[in-house]
Design a protein around this ligand. Structure first.
Ligand SMILES: *Cc1c(COP(=O)(O)O)cnc(C)c1O
Ligand SMILES: [Zn+2]
Length: 406
């Protein structure tokens, strides 16, 4: 990577209590438990950086080095993550929505957008001297962190649920990093990881327990704006777990507006969850400012099993301020939507992203999305990581004659 651009990171601040901390020291979450977010010297950047500065830069997320927390992008731990395609979807045309775009995060290393968060965070943690991390995850952060830590020369301990899809477990195991699985309910993984961190002097890098993966996922929003010709869509539909990606996309648009690179109203942010774990849907419609921890999670395996996000209050605020909403869908409908988009478009969505298609169909039916609007949905990962959910018949040839014209 031949990037000479420097980060314009100025400080970290807690999104809950406002506490400001130095950007040059290692931090987890704020002492109050709130998430620390990165802030940049946007005024200086306005003078020194323009949209044209990006021309000729690499087609990876590292093209936005000034808006990343990594001090020296030349040291980035990279497997080519980011700058995924923004694909027009025929499914949209067929459902009266000609301007429907799919941000295809399944084309990232390790098959999901977790690669963005891991690449940026692992790089920054290495800059800050971290040599050992522990992460628990509902799945896709696990293999992403195993892989990026391996590439960075960092030791990783990864804690995953027993029923994690095989592709994720195998990829994690093959890195030779330490892998543990656990049974029982989902809050348990976080407690196990924290206990391990405390007793092994390992850095606890779970979602919102470190400040940098939001910055990695933020690049989805930077790319969306750039790929739409420096415009924002009217609506973003996002399959939400902890909400790192949604917060990231929102943060990207806010920073680009402050830079003067885009203007106008923010999109309406819509989130989709499975009915069997829908804390955001419940809190949004009950007019609450934070989520109740979801007790009895029963969903498909994957990234939407987050009982309560440490950034729930921020996400709910974004949904309300942008006039968005939150929609729960059944697992069966999500799986059917994956098949439908495969048939219209040849894109193998992850089941998590299947929920966005079901949600969008509902919004269209209710007139909450108009046919002249530009809508972006995020395919957070590749369906190839979930093949066991889609049984396919062998259709075996018994006799050569079957292949001949009848
Ligand atoms: C992690 C994950 C999500 C949820 O992402 P958040 O940033 O936690 O909201 C959605 N889809 C997939 C495939 C994931 O791996
Ligand atoms: Zn705080």
């Amino acid at each position: 990577m031949h990037l000479r651009s420097r980060s314009s990171l100025s400080h970290l601040a807690c999104a809950r209590c406002g506490q400001v901390v130095s950007p040059n020291q290692l931090h987890g979450a704020c002492v109050c438990g709130g998430p620390l977010l990165c802030h940049y010297d946007i005024n200086a950047l306005r003078k020194n950086l323009s949209r044209g500065s990006l021309i000729g830069r690499p087609a990876t997320l590292w093209r936005y080095a000034e808006l990343l927390p990594v001090q020296d992008a030349a040291n980035c731990v990279s497997l080519g993550e980011g700058f995924t395609p923004l694909l027009p979807l025929h499914w949209g045309e067929q459902h009266g929505l000609p301007n429907l775009w799919l941000k295809d995060e399944g084309q990232n290393p390790t098959g999901t957008f977790k690669a963005r968060g891991a690449a940026v965070s692992v790089t920054r943690l290495r800059e800050l001297g971290v040599r050992d991390v522990v992460v628990s995850s509902s799945g896709n952060a696990g293999d992403a962190w195993a892989v990026y830590c391996r590439r960075a020369g960092i030791r990783a301990t990864i804690i995953l649920p027993d029923d994690v899809p095989e592709a994720t477990r195998v990829e994690t195991a093959l890195t030779g990093q330490r892998l543990h699985t656990f049974g029982g309910h989902n809050g348990r993984g976080g407690r196990l990881a924290r206990a391990y961190a405390d007793s092994h002097q390992s850095f606890w890098a779970n979602t919102f327990q470190e400040p940098y993966r939001v910055e990695g996922k933020k690049t989805m929003g930077l790319e969306l704006a750039e790929q739409l010709g420096w415009r924002m869509p009217d609506v973003v539909v996002y399959p939400i777990g902890g909400g790192v990606g949604l917060l990231g996309i929102w943060k990207a648009f806010m920073e680009l507006k402050a830079l003067g690179w885009i203007e106008g109203k923010l999109p309406r942010f819509v989130v989709a969850q499975y009915e069997g774990c829908a804390p955001f849907v419940e809190a949004f419609h009950a007019d609450r400012e934070s989520c109740e921890p979801w007790g009895d999670i029963s969903t498909l395996p994957g990234g939407l099993r987050a009982p309560k996000s440490p950034a729930d209050f921020l996400i709910l605020k974004i949904l309300r301020e942008t006039n968005g909403t939150a929609i729960a869908v059944s697992s069966d409908d999500a799986l059917r939507a994956v098949r439908a988009v495969m048939e219209t478009d040849g894109v193998f969505l992850c089941p998590e992203a299947g929920t966005t298609i079901v949600a969008l169909r509902r919004l269209l039916a209710e007139g909450q999305v108009r046919d002249d609007e530009t809508v972006a949905i995020i395919n957070t990962g590749s369906g190839l990581k979930y093949t066991s959910l889609f049984p396919a018949p062998l259709n075996r040839i018994a006799d050569e004659d079957e292949m001949l014209p009848s």
